[in-house]
Design a binder for this molecule. Structure first.
Ligand SMILES: Cc1cc2nc3c(=O)[nH]c(=O)nc-3n(C[C@H](O)[C@H](O)[C@H](O)COP(=O)(O)O)c2cc1C
Length: 388
């Protein structure tokens, strides 16, 4: 299988083209540092060519579900270092995904009763399912012009901390309706200053973050995740082709290692992520989903020629469709999300065409080891067979 062949992505020669997609799993401690089981979980998955961690908050003002992880203080960085050491000891390559959730912060999680911030004061549709029910996203406060540079600086510090923890690189989450995406797309960015209006202005925040990351780690250790078709919280853009062609061309000019494009057909956030639970309409009804709406083109074929770095595609891929995408040259690598929750040895299972385990959605965010580090590898199964 070509999917199992090595590929160079930026500075790293990866042993295969199978990427573990970022998966928030809420296994942090009360100070948003990864618990011990996080190192076990990622090292169990170290046979992936590349692991991209769960999205990690860059600032206390980025606050979603309790026990989500972050990397903005020394306690968290130290805990991440242990995770990275465990993955490296197991032979893995691991990038930290970083983000600020902007308008998708919860009031209950904000320090000192602050109101979440965003490019414009437009609330995200939906909320986060908590033990006591759904907490809706609040109406955010529009950032003043002078408040933007400090948030770029938060990202820079997080990248520096990722380097200190030993991560092989960072992936900047510029999709999924979070802060950078809120700046990029014109339904959530109504600013009239140098960060709003034209696509060049809306992309300014992204490029300031990317340039800071490059200055810290080097372009060949920086990746960016984009999701041009993501509309689950009613974020949208009137010209996705124009906006994202420009973004990708500029990322190409900067020579970053990879673009990770969430552009599938079969992944509907509303079914899987309690973040959007119940309130999100199905793609057919005009919301949700990670694929283009009818009449809108898939962007990967349009964006691919604009970018000379590696293209990682995601969403809804199977062993066979991933192999096909890599063989056809549509992608350099494919990332897998849900399959990686329940199949720690995914490359080996693909190699053998072995059966795959289904993930248990009930334990996605339950903070403990159940449904996290107890999915067996094929080898574990064999070891459990009693001797004849
Ligand atoms: C439980 C869960 C948590 C997720 N957390 C993140 C995240 O932290 N960052 C991110 O960019 N995407 C996140 N995603 C989206 C996945 O990375 C991926 O895009 C999605 O699962 C579709 O890929 P798949 O069809 O291979 O599962 C999450 C998805 C799930 C199911």
């Amino acid at each position: 299988m070509k999917l199992l062949e090595p590929v160079r992505i930026g500075r790293h020669l990866l042993k295969n083209r199978i990427v573990m997609a970022p998966l928030a799993r809420a296994r942090g401690d009360e100070r948003r540092a990864p618990k011990d089981i996080v190192g076990t979980y990622y090292s169990q998955r170290a046979t992936a060519g590349l692991i991209v961690t769960e999205a990690c908050h860059v600032s206390p003002t980025s606050a979603t579900r309790a026990r989500a992880t972050a990397n903005h203080d020394a306690h968290q960085t130290l805990a991440w270092k242990q995770v990275v050491d465990a993955v490296h000891a197991a032979g893995g390559v691991i990038f930290q995904q970083i983000y600020h959730v902007g308008r998708k912060s919860l009031l209950s999680g904000m320090p000192n009763g602050q109101v979440p911030v965003a490019p414009s004061a437009i609330a995200a549709y939906g909320g986060i399912m908590k033990e006591d029910g759904l907490e809706e996203f609040p109406v955010p406060r529009a950032l003043a012009l002078h408040e933007i540079a400090p948030i770029v600086e938060d990202h820079r510090q997080a990248v520096r901390r990722a380097g200190e923890a030993g991560f092989d690189g960072v992936e900047i989450l510029a999709g999924n309706g979070f802060l950078i995406d809120q700046f990029l797309r014109d339904s959530t960015n109504k600013r009239t200053d140098s960060y709003g209006g034209s696509k060049e202005n809306r992309a300014r925040f992204l490029f300031e973050v990317v340039d800071a990351a490059i200055a810290e780690l080097g372009a060949d250790r920086v990746g960016v995740r984009l999701s041009p078709h993501f509309r689950a919280d009613h974020i949208d853009d009137s010209d996705p082709v124009g906006t994202f062609s420009y973004v990708v061309s500029e990322l190409d000019r900067r020579g970053i290692a990879f673009i990770h494009l969430l552009e599938g057909t079969s992944y509907d956030n509303s079914g899987d992520i309690p973040l959007y639970q119940r309130l999100v309409k199905k793609p057919s009804a005009g919301g949700g989903g990670a694929g283009p709406r009818s009449g809108e083109p898939f962007l990967a074929p349009i964006l691919r020629p604009l970018f000379r770095g590696a293209l990682i595609l995601n969403s809804g891929y199977t062993r066979d469709s991933a192999e096909q995408a890599v063989r056809s040259g549509a992608a350099d690598a494919i990332s897998f999300g849900r399959l990686y929750i329940s199949n720690p040895d995914l490359p080996e299972r693909f190699r053998l065409n072995a059966p795959l385990t289904e993930p248990d959605t009930a334990t996605y965010y339950t903070n403990g080891p159940e449904g996290y580090i107890d999915y067996p590898s094929l080898g574990d199964r064999v070891a459990q067979v009693p001797a004849a």
